[in-house]
Write a protein of this length. Structure first.
Length: 118
């Protein structure tokens, strides 16, 4: 089994009532789902994080695009190798939104593996 593509599905909606924390007022919320597709037709889905304000959601797509070449062609069962390779690029760092995206990819890999073994 090989990974053939990685996509993002974004959901956003207004909050029924805005919330504030003294610095920001959040009027909307977003959720990003990361889909990992394989040549066997199995798709794993992971929650790539969202933001309370909806800000940063477009960056999730940019980061998935950035990580896509690391994933394409890999066997999802080689998750340790994939995990190590996701952390190699120094551009994204080890905090913030990049860790949410990597977490979503990891969750999607485990979902995919679970579906593959039944």
């Amino acid at each position: 089994m090989k990974i053939t593509d990685v996509t993002v599905q974004r959901y956003a909606w207004p909050r029924p009532k805005p919330i504030s924390n003294g610095k920001y007022t959040y009027v909307d919320v977003s959720l990003n789902l990361i889909h990992i597709h394989t040549d066997e037709g199995i798709t794993g889905i992971g929650w790539g994080g969202g933001t309370a304000s909806g800000q940063g959601s477009d960056l999730t797509t940019v980061l998935v695009d950035y990580f896509r070449p690391v994933l394409i062609g890999e066997d999802p069962f080689n998750y340790r190798r994939i995990w190590a390779n996701l952390w190699l690029p120094k551009l994204v760092g080890r905090r913030g939104l990049s860790t949410r995206v990597i977490s979503g990819i990891d969750i999607a890999l485990w979902d995919l593996m679970g579906k593959a073994v039944g």
